[in-house]
Design a protein around this ligand. Structure first.
Ligand code: FMN
Length: 313
């Protein structure tokens, strides 16, 4: 092991002979025979030295190598994190302005869903050059999709209601956060109407393509279907070729998961739900950060074109 990376020299041979003298008898003969051939390489020397290295020295060597490896991995992690932070704050995306829209699908203006959405949006705004806007569906008229034939759906939706105000806003956003109460383990009817009516954007060459999307679900119970509600939102929005993100590495389960305590103890406020609020912060930050990177990369309006040869959709 002493010779790693160093060519053989007289002193190495001297040392080798010294070690040979102390080697166990049964190994000495073999080593003597082989010594004549070691006019060669470091590889050979290492091979010979292995013959009489003890398990203890091997273990020590292994430990040292593991330590070196760990140090390398730590350095690598740090530089990856630096690159990421650089890209978001100071580097390629630092000066890129993004707009994040938060849609609240609760029928209650002063409900709990809005609390989590606000937390997410405030967290997003802490990142430089991030603008946010909250849109509450409560009290707004959104009519059901009429299911027009595909060739009729595209460009402008024929229904005249609140969605007509939303389409231009959505066209101008880089990130979207959808927040919903959990109703029987899925998202609210208000959000269902909203999502169905987005079809016209999908049929207009995927206007929401590469928009970064995060989700928040709030239920009356700790396990009241938050994750399924998030999944339902995620799978619907994936159909727009969006980029779905999670709440970062602090928790990272399935979107942000709020607990409004509606049934357990209505006197408790949502701000006592530290875990849920933390996931909301994560969603806000991740949507904003990734939206900046996507916009700065120029990827924003690229949509992979369907190969017409494989048949009609
Ligand atoms: C129709 C309906 C269905 C609901 N279903 C569930 C449920 O399955 N699980 C649950 O934990 N809470 C359920 N809840 C409670 C809501 O998820 C909870 O009160 C939520 O926090 C409401 O959000 P808001 O304060 O923004 O209105 C339901 C509430 C309603 C009105």
């Amino acid at each position: 092991m002493f010779f790693i990376g160093v060519g053989i020299s007289q002193s190495h041979l001297l040392l080798l002979r010294l070690i040979l003298k102390n080697a166990p008898n049964d190994k000495q003969e073999k080593i003597h025979l082989d010594t004549a051939n070691i006019m060669g390489t470091d590889d050979k020397i290492q091979k010979y030295l292995k013959n009489y290295s003890t398990p203890e020295t091997e273990a020590m060597e292994e430990k040292r190598e593991m330590q070196e490896l760990k140090t390398e991995i730590t350095k690598l992690r740090q530089s990856l994190s630096d690159i990421h932070m650089g890209a978001v704050s100071g580097g390629i995306a630092g000066h890129t302005r993004v707009k994040i829209i938060g849609i609240c699908g609760s029928p209650h203006k002063k409900g709990s869903t809005i609390d989590y959405l606000r937390t997410a949006m405030n967290a997003a705004e802490e990142i430089e050059n991030v603008e946010t806007e909250i849109i509450e569906l409560a009290g707004k008229e959104i009519k059901p999709c009429l299911g027009c034939k595909s060739d009729k759906c595209g460009g402008t939706c024929i229904i005249s209601d609140y969605m007509q105000e939303l389409y231009p806003k959505l066209r101008g956003c880089d990130g979207l956060i959808l927040a919903s109460p959990s109703y029987f383990g899925t998202f609210s009817g208000q959000l269902k109407l909203f999502i169905d009516r987005l079809r016209v954007m999908r049929h207009s060459n995927f206007e929401l393509g590469n928009v970064v999307v995060g989700t928040i679900a709030v239920a009356g119970r700790r396990h009241g279907g938050q994750e399924i509600t998030n999944l339902d939102l995620i799978q619907s929005m994936m159909r727009h070729n969006t980029i779905i993100v999670n709440d970062g590495t602090a928790v990272c389960q399935l979107g942000a998961t709020g607990w409004s305590h509606t049934f357990d103890d209505p006197s408790l406020k949502t701000d006592t739900d530290n875990y849920g609020m933390e996931t909301a912060v994560g969603i806000g930050k991740c949507v904003a950060e990734i939206a900046k990177v996507v916009k700065a990369s120029g990827l924003q309006n690229t949509v992979y074109k369907y190969n017409q040869k494989i048949g009609k959709r």
